[in-house]
Ligand binder design. Structure first.
Ligand code: ATP
Ligand code: MG
Length: 450
């Protein structure tokens, strides 16, 4: 993409309504525009990152054997009356009527609808296990939408639902989700810690929230500092292997890590004092096993081996896809702007032309642009007729992890400059070597772009 032809409405002033850094930078970098409280347009740069995150979530869900689908955002109230959640859901549910006076709502989640699909089409234990998921817009009429996309009213969420014959099978699905979530967040450059949480209105005995540590997080968290040493890395996981998934689950949840809702002061005291941490965190996902609550109410049964009708065991699993943009920025920025992790960056590499209009510099930039593009990467070439200082400030603000700077002086010596956004380190390289290095860096991070 050439910046002169892109739509990047960068703001010079810091918007006064933004209280936290991710919100400020998302507005300043021209990623989002608020349209009403908690409702945003996703401008091209923000939309690009949203799609990158969404694609990682899809890849990791499908790797775990989960099946993508899409359900409507507008649902009939009748289904929610069947599960007894229509009245109980309260003011967070956006309710409306169609022209025939039928009660409708904008889906805040989809346990009812997916169970309705299941009961219509699945009759036998032979069709289990089954996990369906979608990535779809949700609406919750939050009392205090704030912090930009972190607590919106309209937000983008991955919601998945497992259907299993037995509790053991459903707990394997639970563990499988935990493993796939750890892997998902790590690919986004995030450390998200699974913490034992409160199951709230969904009910059930098993639930973990995934929290990214950040001072601006809304949840208070208590943990053993050893949990932050754990990483998923590039281990090979067979998602059908029950013992292996259970092993990862045990390893990651053996140490004390809880949100304030389930915090147990006595148990926390058993953690060695120098490892006890109290901090704040951003909830970026949650997994639940809730047994047969919905299948009993909505009649989601299958026949088992003995031809007996049994309710299926279910769980639901959410990832806050749009919230993740905020969480990533909270975890990765400096005073100049965003620093995107390689896995989610909107463009892989910036190209800054220090002297637009200089024949040699222009030609060198065009050549770099073509070489990076031909290697399957997306460069952002700042080809505007602007001063170098302004170009650097824009690149730093929008946070591309790598930048190649091209100027007549360097070209005389046959070199360009490759700069790492995170460390600020510069390296003088031939243009070919700069391209080769950037291509190498992104090899493990290949995610479909848009
Ligand atoms: P919270 O406690 O933050 O209100 P929740 O527990 O009600 O969230 P879930 O039903 O678990 O949310 O939804 C799954 C994920 O969707 C959450 O982990 C979070 O990342 C994201 N999410 C929930 N509410 C919002 C919101 N208002 N804006 C943006 N993301 C949200
Ligand atoms: Mg939650």
């Amino acid at each position: 993409m050439r910046l002169s032809r892109y739509f990047l409405p960068v703001l010079k002033e810091t918007p006064s309504e933004a209280q936290i850094v991710s919100h400020r930078y998302m507005l300043r970098a021209g990623m989002i525009k608020q349209q009403s409280a908690g409702i945003y347009s996703w401008l091209p740069l923000g939309f690009k990152v949203l799609r990158k995150i969404e694609n990682i979530v899809h890849e990791e869900q499908m790797r775990a054997g989960h099946i993508p689908m899409q359900m409507p955002t507008i649902q009939s109230a009748d289904l929610w009356r069947e599960s007894n959640r229509y009245d109980g859901y309260g003011e967070e549910m956006l309710r409306m009527q169609d022209r025939h006076g039928r009660d409708m709502l904008f889906s805040p989640t989809a346990e009812e609808m997916v169970t309705d699909i299941f009961r219509a089409h699945v009759n036998s234990y032979k069709d289990l296990p089954l996990t369906l998921y979608q990535i779809q817009w949700k609406f919750r009429d939050e009392i205090r939408p704030r912090f930009g996309v972190m607590r919106g009213r309209e937000f983008y969420m991955k919601d998945g639902y497992n259907f299993d014959l037995t509790k053991e099978d459903a707990l394997h699905a639970y563990n499988r989700h935990l493993v796939s979530y750890l892997r998902t967040y790590e690919r986004m450059g995030l450390q998200a810690i699974p913490m034992r949480a409160d199951s709230g209105p969904i009910g059930g005995d098993y639930t973990h929230e995934f929290l990214v540590l950040a001072e601006t997080g809304e949840s208070e968290v208590f943990y053993d500092s050893e949990v932050t040493d754990l990483t998923f890395g590039d281990r090979d996981i067979d998602y059908d292997n029950v013992a292996q998934c259970q092993g990862v689950m045990d390893e990651f949840t053996a140490r004390y890590a809880r949100t304030d809702e389930t915090h147990d002061a006595e148990a926390f005291d058993e953690v060695p004092e120098d490892r006890r941490r109290i901090a704040r965190g951003i909830e970026v996902g949650q997994i639940f096993y809730f047994g047969t609550t919905y299948s009993d109410k909505l009649g989601a049964t299958v026949v088992d081996k003995d031809q007996k009708q049994v309710s299926v065991h279910m769980g639901s699993h959410g990832i806050g896809v749009s919230r993740l943009l905020g969480a990533i920025i909270e975890a990765s920025h400096d005073d100049k702007g965003i620093i995107w992790p390689e896995g989610v960056t909107p463009f892989h590499c910036g190209i800054v032309n220090l002297k637009q209009g200089d024949e040699e510099a222009d030609a060198a930039c065009e050549a770099l642009y073509d070489q990076l593009t031909n290697a399957g990467l997306e460069p952002l070439y700042d080809d505007r007729n602007e001063r170098a200082g302004g170009k650097f400030a824009t690149m730093d603000l929008i946070g591309l992890p790598w930048r190649i700077t091209v100027g007549p002086r360097g070209l005389k010596n046959g070199v360009v400059e490759l700069t790492c956004r995170r460390t600020g380190e510069n390296e003088e390289l031939t243009p070919e070597a700069a391209v080769a290095k950037v291509v190498e860096i992104f090899k493990p991070h290949h995610v479909r772009g848009l």
